[in-house]
Design a binder for this molecule. Structure first.
Ligand code: HEM
Ligand SMILES: N=C(Nc1cccc(CNC[C@@H]2CCCN2)c1)c1cccs1
Length: 364
């Protein structure tokens, strides 16, 4: 809960920034006076459509853990602040997926739902991403699917979902809590989710594993904060960087844990870490992911290209007189770190009042 003084401080900073970076917005004084009186009368204030668009883009530009910020100023913003009920929000989330997927030419997009108001909190999306695979079994002994989503799968079963077909890649329904506070779940329409089958470029045998992953990463459980106003439901997507799927989602021991199977298929000696079998399996799994997305015509970054783009972003921001904050431990890719240019320098981890933040008490 913010006091009006805290809101005013962030609001003034954001309005001044908006007018500085949008010269056709003119002098900020009138807007500052209007915001100040609206805040005094109602305990909050409403962003203009232009302020909302720029705020969502600046929040991305301020995301210290994000390597993909070069294109921050071309984020597509879907203003859905009038959506407050769970059904309407779910429908807009599925439309977001269709628009962002764009037949494989993925477009970075955000949909902004109703903000927190002084008399009632805004809506919440319980799912971490708009597309998630079920994890069946309790968190400690997951038998089938993505163990990361075992808690959400449990919550869905308690909410009356009967479970899917029991495959390792069952699409979970989306869980939305409208402003009436009641969580509801909605099956994800098939035409809203593009999936990519994962195969290896040199070994047809991988196809028998039935591996796949969804084309679009869309984070739905973070809060967008712009100039003191909180938008707790504001799902945003970019495109995947291959390592996210190849080095984490399919490789982590508490996710799909595929390195042993890949190593066996490659005929590697898995009896000792010193054979570097995990390292060789990781490279082949990442080659398979990049190859499969390219074959499917779905946008995907490789960690070398994305690292170069990030350093270009830093240079361009410096030229504009803006400092860029970054968190080295998130920016450096999970494989081949020192083979990418982002590894060989340090960064300042700078806080900003306009940013994407985790809800208090959330995981990660
Ligand atoms: C356009 C392509 C993009 C790429 C390739 C990209 C890449 C990444 C990667 C690899 C991470 C680390 C994720 C992890 O290790 O789990 C990340 C973090 C993040 N990205 Fe980006 N990103 C892109 C676009 C965006 C967009 C459009 C937004 C928001 C509008 C965004 C906001 C963030 C935020 C807030 C984090 C930190 C998440 C957290 O703290 O948990 N990114 N990005
Ligand atoms: N490419 C993306 N990846 C991404 C971005 C932010 C957060 C996440 C999810 N992070 C949580 C995972 C799970 C364990 C460690 N990382 C993924 C994007 C998602 C949304 C816009 S870009």
């Amino acid at each position: 809960r913010s006091t009006t003084a805290q809101v005013w401080e962030a609001a003034e900073e954001f309005i001044r920034l908006f007018h500085r970076e949008n010269h056709d917005a003119g002098d900020p004084r009138d807007r500052l006076a209007a915001v100040r009186s609206e805040l005094a009368e109602t305990g909050t204030y409403r962003h203009t459509p232009e302020e909302l668009v720029h705020g969502a883009r600046v929040a991305w530009r301020n995301s210290n853990r994000c390597i993909g910020r070069l294109y921050w100023n071309s984020l597509r913003v879907r203003d859905r602040r009038e959506s407050t009920d769970a059904e309407g929000i779910a429908a807009e989330c599925f439309e977001h997926l269709r628009e962002a997927t764009n037949g494989g030419r993925v477009r970075p997009t955000i949909t902004v739902f109703a903000p927190d108001a002084p008399d009632r909190p805004g809506p919440l999306i319980w799912s971490e991403q708009l597309v998630r695979y079920a994890g069946y079994g309790d968190h400690h002994s997951v038998t089938v699917g993505d163990a990361r989503n075992a808690p959400l799968t449990e919550a869905l079963l308690r909410l009356g979902w009967r479970g899917g077909a029991g495959t390792p890649f069952d699409l979970l329904p989306l869980v939305v809590q409208g402003v009436d506070d009641k969580p509801r779940w909605f099956d994800t329409p098939e035409d809203a989710v593009l999936e990519v089958p994962i195969g290896h470029p040199d070994d047809e045998g991988w196809a028998q594993w039935g591996l796949r992953w969804h084309a679009v990463p869309a984070i739905s459980n973070m809060c967008l904060e712009i100039g003191g106003i909180h938008y707790p439901a504001a799902p945003f997507n970019g495109w995947y960087m291959g390592t996210e799927i190849g080095a984490r989602n399919l490789a982590d021991t508490d996710r799909y844990n595929l390195l042993p199977a890949v190593a066996r298929r490659l005929g590697l000696d898995t009896s000792s870490d010193r054979s570097l079998w995990k390292d060789r399996a990781l490279v082949e799994l990442n080659r398979a992911v990049l190859h499969s997305f390219d074959r499917a015509g779905v946008t995907m970054a490789d960690h070398h290209t994305e690292s170069r783009r990030f350093l270009s972003h830093l240079e361009r921001e410096e030229r504009k007189g803006r400092d860029v904050g970054a968190d080295w431990s998130w920016i450096v890719p999970p494989i081949s770190g020192s083979a990418t240019p982002v590894f060989h320098r340090t960064y300042e981890d700078r806080p900003s009042s306009t940013a994407y933040v985790h809800h208090p008490g959330a995981q990660d």
